[in-house]
Design a protein around this ligand. Structure first.
Ligand code: NAI
Length: 338
């Protein structure tokens, strides 16, 4: 293997500098697709996370530049870059958490499912690497269509005999982040005080905000419910259209991914009461995967919470979501099985 693009290895520091670093506590995190629109700002945010001791940046292009750049931030994490498939194994070995924003994004007029053809193969390759090199890592899967790529990764891990459903998490945090923002706007409050559970999946009608369960408790008019549900479900498309061909959400997505990764790391550390929504293997509905609130702990998604009481509007939404999700999940599963 060609050597990794190592930018700041502790072994190159003087002994006193090593002592000043306070030992090698913290978690090892890899970002796959680190040179992309999401990957770059996500690398920045993970380099700022005090729970991260080692940050591996992998992509098939441009990682030397991104790695050199991010490595100059005077935070604790040691940054190493890995370029091209032949360095994938080195990028993954020893990792506690692997975040995957690799793959093509949408352009106007495309659905997330239109990305399947390209991204399914990318996620398969990366999952095979994880099964081989860091089978116990927590995986945060961002690449779309999440509703299919999570089942793809699960099938790859099953084949390899490494599958632990608790450690495979589809990232739907951006839907929650958007929901909190849009609901706060309607209520006229600070978005940081709002928590909207968003369940189902991560595409169109499968994105199901539970506005009856918003915290702090509040109520909406039917018009507000329609407006909010539609805006949350189509928040991604809003960005794709505004970017007019230049891609999809990257900055808000990097923020959401960093928030979710931080929650996973706090769970790994053993913090109590870490709850986030995520698309995971689930028995909450008849589907094998579903996004709900999950409690994150040392083992990953240690507890999956039920949907809670739904109103009539949400029950109708749930039926629609389940129909579409079933197809997307099946598409992912059969991509690996057949
Ligand atoms: P981008 O095109 O800017 O970056 C993708 C990166 O992946 C590129 O640097 C590319 O070189 C890299 N890549 C391609 N093949 C690879 C491989 N085999 N191994 C490693 N890296 C590889 O795209 P962007 O905007 O960063 O989006 C990435 C993905 O995230 C897309 O699939 C997009 O749909 C998805 N996404 C998911 C969201 C979610 O809420 N889960 C929200 C927004 C985007």
């Amino acid at each position: 293997h060609p050597p990794a693009l190592e930018m700041k290895d502790p072994s190159t520091l003087s002994p006193s500098a090593c002592r000043a670093k306070g030992g090698a506590s913290g978690f090892k995190v890899a970002i796959l697709g680190a040179a992309g629109g999401i990957g770059q700002p996500l690398a920045l945010l993970m380099k700022m996370n005090p729970l991260v001791s080692v940050l591996h940046l992998y992509d098939v292009v441009n990682t030397p530049g991104v790695t050199a750049d991010v490595s100059h931030m005077d935070t604790g994490a040691v940054v190493r870059g890995f370029l091209g498939q032949q360095q994938l194994e080195n990028a993954l070995t020893g990792m506690d958490l692997v975040i995957i924003p690799a793959g093509v994004p949408r352009k106007p007029g495309m659905t997330r499912d239109d990305l399947f053809k390209i991204n399914a193969g990318i996620v398969r390759t990366l999952s095979e690497g994880i099964a081989k090199c860091c089978p116990h890592a927590i995986v945060n899967l961002i690449s779309n269509p999440v509703n299919s790529t999570v089942p793809i990764a699960a099938e790859v891990f099953k084949k390899a005999g490494t599958y632990d459903p608790k450690r495979l998490l589809g990232v739907t945090t951006l839907d929650v982040v958007r929901a909190n923002t849009f609901v706060a706007e309607v209520l006229g409050v600070d978005p940081r005080e709002v928590n909207v559970p968003v369940v189902g999946g991560h595409a169109g009608v499968t994105i199901l905000p539970l506005l009856s369960q918003v915290k702090p408790p509040c109520s909406f008019t039917p018009e507000e419910v329609n407006y909010l549900t539609d805006r949350i479900q189509n928040g991604g498309t809003e960005v794709v259209e505004a970017k007019a061909g230049a891609g999809s959400a990257t900055l808000s997505m990097a923020f959401a991914a960093a928030k979710f990764a931080d929650a996973c790391l706090r769970g790994l550390r053993g913090d109590a009461g870490i709850v986030e929504c995520s698309f995971v293997a689930s028995q909450v509905t008849q589907l094998p995967f579903f996004a709900t609130k999950v409690r994150l702990g040392r083992a990953g998604a240690e507890e999956i919470f039920p949907l809670g009481p739904l109103n009539e509007y949400e029950r109708a939404g749930l039926e629609k979501a389940i129909k579409e999700l079933a197809l997307s999940i099946e598409k992912g599963v059969s991509f690996i099985r057949n």
